[in-house]
Design a protein around this ligand. Structure first.
Ligand code: 3NM
Length: 218
């Protein structure tokens, strides 16, 4: 990974919005459009959980959301579904610890793909870096209702520990992040924050995304 690539990813991680149709009270295209207007810097399509779209409907929504991202120069990342990412030419994928390793995914997606890996321990973080991940998602930082199988809440401890140990890979905190606690995650050493419900469920998606941006400019 070139350092230019890493610095570009670091900037894009600032306000990383993650969403699928089940996280939205309105059409996902409208929710994403408002989030973009509010200033999100990266988007992940995470079509997962009870009632999530599958097959052609999932593919169609992915293409609609990808088009919107392309129009606004926001990289489009796919959660878990490597085949979907390949078939639509996504900018990258985000995977968990139970998915294929970044080494295998890199072979499938190529050198320019952005590969993110969820890490919950120092060991997992080091392994993901060794496997060629471009960034880490570290969480859950705070309690979250959005991921029922989330691991134990970490607080900002692991982010601080990674940075103290000199690990400088681009990384985001995830899990229960709100406009009130986002700045603490950055202060701990993260390059950005990943958010689902605080943006997707907001009464004004645009205003909350803009407020995140304002609170992150520290
Ligand atoms: N991954 P919200 S926590 C998708 O800990 C996800 O790896 C997590 O949703 C992890 O912003 C989480 O609504 C859910 O809390 C984030």
């Amino acid at each position: 990974m070139s350092s230019i690539h890493a610095e570009s990813i670091r900037k894009h991680l600032k306000l990383y919005f993650i969403m699928g149709s089940i996280n939205c009270q309105r059409h996902p295209v409208n929710v994403l459009s408002d989030a973009i207007a509010g200033g999100i810097t990266l988007f992940q399509f995470r079509e997962k959980g009870p009632g999530a779209l599958i097959g052609q409907a999932k593919l169609d929504l992915a293409k609609q959301l990808q088009k919107l991202c392309q129009e606004h120069h926001i990289p489009f990342i796919v959660n878990d579904d490597i085949n979907l990412a390949i078939s639509i030419g996504a900018d990258g994928v985000h995977v968990g610890q139970d998915d294929e390793s970044a080494i295998i995914i890199r072979k499938k997606l190529g050198t320019h793909a952005i590969i993110g890996v969820s890490a919950h321990t120092i060991f997992e973080a080091k392994q993901a870096i060794q496997d060629g991940a471009n960034y880490l998602g570290v969480g859950p930082i705070y309690p979250t209702q959005t991921k029922p199988d989330a691991k134990a809440v970490l607080g900002t401890r692991l982010i601080q520990e990674l940075r103290t140990k000199g690990i400088d890979i681009p990384l985001v905190g995830i899990g229960g992040i709100t406009t009130d606690n986002a700045a603490d995650v950055i202060q701990a050493g993260a390059d950005g924050i990943s958010v689902i419900s605080a943006i997707a469920s907001a009464a004004s998606v645009r205003n909350v995304a803009a407020l995140f941006n304002q609170n992150l400019s520290i």
